[in-house]
Ligand binder design. Structure first.
Ligand code: TXA
Ligand code: MG
Length: 320
């Protein structure tokens, strides 16, 4: 059922009571708790099965609230915030005293994001505080891009799921670290590097030391094994797997490669990089529903959000 005023009120009340709720954002669904309530935040870690030293993103309603949660905010960080918020960018700042160890995993920095999805915004407005929220999936698994996917993964562990329809971006936010001397992108995502470069006026560096689990080499994995292939090699690789008794599916931009064995399940192909990002997790979950053993994935070629798709598929492939 789509979230309405009544369910949003109920969810805000639950947050105030120290309970956790799942809610739609434009990137993926989040599993939220009152960011100022350590016990509530602990419950998020417990349900996710996430190690306590992996920090959460604090979601805010407005850009102005960053001054409550962060200190020593640079001009450039503020430019990025105003350029992309509300939206799929997470910025890492030096934390203020308000950001507790339970949220930051003991780091001296805090990750902040102002989401744009109307359901997330309605919840933040009604709750009146900050919401600490990771993606609403068990640790290491594929992030949910629909309310159904949240329920499937978390089951009875979360009572309230605010349904905002399928996620528009479909991949997690871009994380950019503005807490040190050099600005660094820690995770490619909903905001492309080109757009960040445009705001900064130079090419931002990518990578760097981090404790972000989304940056672990193996992450974002379905049950099926993910193998990255080229469209040209896909038919032969598929045949090898089939001969070994494995169920195989193909995830690739169109067209379907010539010579692909007919017993290979073809997951509905995404036409553009944006669509690839939007449907990626949904297709991986579909593969799991069909008991697929191996997903052969052909990477998108574009820069832009295609880079984030490449990042997630590479990590999924590294995990088996
Ligand atoms: O799009 C998103 O970012 C979604 C929606 C719900 O907002 N959230 C999300 O959360 O993907 P999660 O917890 O699955 O990933 C958050 C990432 C993790 O890789 C975490 O380690 C990193 O943000 N992170 C959080 N605080 C950090 C910090 N202080 N320094 C570096 N990385 C941090
Ligand atoms: Mg996650």
């Amino acid at each position: 059922m789509p979230a309405d005023a009544e369910s949003v009120t109920l969810a805000a009340k639950a947050l105030r009571a120290g309970e956790i709720v799942a809610f739609a954002t434009e990137t993926v669904y989040g599993l939220g708790a009152d960011a100022s309530n350590d016990k509530a935040v602990a419950q998020v870690f417990k349900v996710k099965g996430r190690p306590g030293d992996h920090p959460l993103i604090v979601h805010l309603l407005t850009v102005d609230e960053i001054d409550e949660w962060a200190v020593e905010i640079s001009e450039e960080a503020r430019d990025l915030a105003y350029a992309f918020w509300p939206g799929p960018l997470t910025i890492v700042f030096k934390r203020s005293a308000k950001a507790s160890d339970s949220v930051t995993g003991g780091l001296e920095t805090v990750a902040l994001r102002v989401p744009s999805h109307p359901v997330a915004r309605a919840l933040l407005a009604e709750f009146g505080g900050a919401i600490a929220a990771p993606s609403a999936n068990r640790f290491g698994r594929v992030s949910p891009t629909s309310a159904e996917a949240v329920c499937e993964d978390l089951g009875d562990d979360v009572e309230i799921v605010l349904d905002g329809g399928p996620s528009r971006v479909g991949l997690e936010s871009t994380i950019i670290d503005c807490s040190g001397d050099e600005i660094t992108v820690l995770r490619p995502g909903g905001v492309t590097l080109d757009r960040i470069d445009e705001v900064l006026g130079y090419a931002v560096s990518v990578g760097g030391e981090t404790r972000a689990p989304g940056t672990l080499e193996a992450h974002y994995a379905p049950k099926a094994r993910v193998e990255i292939v080229t469209a040209r090699d896909a038919p032969q690789i598929a045949r090898d797997h089939l001969e070994n008794g494995r169920k195989v599916a193909l995830l690739a931009p169109p067209p379907v490669p010539i010579g692909l064995p007919t017993s290979v399940g073809v997951l509905e192909p995404p036409e553009t990089d944006e669509e690839y990002a939007r449907v990626l997790y949904d297709r991986l979950r579909t593969a799991d529903h069909h008991g697929i053993d191996v997903v052969l994935a052909v990477l998108p070629v574009g820069s832009g959000i295609g880079l984030a798709v490449v990042d997630r598929l590479t990590r999924a492939a590294a995990s088996k």
